[in-house]
Design a protein around this ligand. Structure first.
Ligand code: UT7
Length: 335
């Protein structure tokens, strides 16, 4: 039995924050943000919208487009660093409840911006082992709830959104996920960290006064390590599978910074047509960025059934991963 990507969907909240909006909030400029990151706008969830609300809307779309009924979903997994609740219940449980899919296994994983590739690897393992047949995976983030809007080094980077996919069992090898690499190195745990409100520094007035409940990033060091690690990882997965970069139809990287994406694309000799770039309009949406980018090319008709994609992700942990897979669902025009 193989695992295949059968559908994709995404959701972005309505409100848009532009770089000009940030000029009024912190000491920054539209020019700095655009030149250093490629970001122009990012979407921000409403106060009463939680991560599971974003994930639920993306999941609904992915389910509508999948060739299976909701009742056939036998596992829900969500990747997020901005869960509805700090400890429990999981955001996956909340998404299941909103979808009316109860009495199936549901849990969250924590792999930061690498979340979607990690989700694919968990779904693939469950399906190939024969334990599950149809897995709903969701990358969902309300990062605005953990961003410090007084810190110019992080607040301009992140946005809210969600992407979801249905991964199903198939006997047809041509539809199958080809390969996935996932890895991590906790020695760099402090490069991207939310230091407060966990068991290490439980919530207290002192934690809140020091803004320790918000994300911190050692941006430049993370940038350098991301380029080096991702370049090696994507070259390794292509070599291992005997695939040339020219055979990749769509390179769908984690959308953190267009300079990281271009550096990796250049190392693989990819053409601009192969590289999917959505960071300009969505900013960095962590675990949601790859499925949101995939959904963009799907809805524009650029992604067609059978076309090979290369995904790469890098994030807090540090974690990273890459995945080679064809799109095995229904073309958007045929829905
Ligand atoms: O998604 C998970 C993985 N995340 C990433 O991969 C993100 C990786 N990092 C990056 O994308 C980039 O490092 C950043 C966009 C975060 C920063 O770009 P950079 O080119 O690495 O800049 P820098 O951190 O070296 O900072 C350069 C200067 C500093 O000022 P001084 O020390 O040179 O005077 C910063 O204080 O830019 C300053 N700066 C800003 N200036 C205006 C930092 N943020 C801003 C800002 N506006 N928003």
């Amino acid at each position: 039995m193989y695992a295949a990507l059968k559908s994709i969907g995404s959701y972005v909240p309505e409100t848009i924050l532009s770089n000009k909006d940030f000029e009024k909030m912190v000491d920054t400029t539209d020019e700095w943000i655009l030149k250093r990151t490629g970001i122009s706008t990012r979407h921000i969830a409403a106060e009463d919208e939680a991560t599971s609300d974003l994930g639920y809307k993306a999941a609904q779309i992915a389910l509508d487009r999948a060739p299976v009924e909701e009742s056939e979903i036998d596992l829900i997994i969500c990747a997020t660093i901005s869960p509805d609740y700090l400890c429990m219940p999981s955001t996956a449980c909340m998404i299941g409840e909103k979808l009316g899919i109860n009495n199936v296994a549901a849990f969250d994983i924590s792999a930061a911006c690498s979340g979607f590739v990690y989700l694919l690897s968990v779904a693939k393992a469950f399906i190939e082992s024969g334990m599950k047949k149809n897995v709903l995976i969701v990358g969902a983030e309300k990062l605005s709830s953990i961003v410090d809007y007084s810190d110019r080094t992080t607040c301009v980077l992140f946005g809210d959104g969600a992407g979801a996919a249905v991964i199903s069992a198939t006997e047809d090898k041509s539809e199958a996920i080809v390969d996935i690499h996932t890895s991590a190195d906790g020695r760099y745990g402090d490069f991207l960290i939310t230091p407060g409100c966990g068991s290490k520094n439980p919530c207290s007035n002192e934690v809140i006064e020091n803004n320790m409940q918000f994300m911190k990033m050692r941006g430049n060091e993370t940038f350098k390590l991301a380029v080096k690690t991702l370049t090696k990882d994507v070259i390794d997965i292509l070599d291992k599978n005997g695939i040339k970069s020219a055979d990749i139809k769509h390179f769908v990287p984690h959308q953190a910074n267009y300079r990281i994406i271009n550096a990796v694309g250049k190392a693989l000799n990819l053409t601009p047509e192969q590289v999917v770039l959505t960071v300009g309009k969505y900013g960095n949406t962590s675990s949601a960025s790859v499925p949101m980018a995939m959904n963009d090319i799907y809805e524009s008709g650029r992604l067609q059934k059978g076309e090979l994609m290369l995904l790469d992700t890098f994030g807090g942990g540090l974690t990273w991963g890459s995945c080679l897979l064809p799109f095995s669902g229904t073309n958007y025009a045929d829905l």
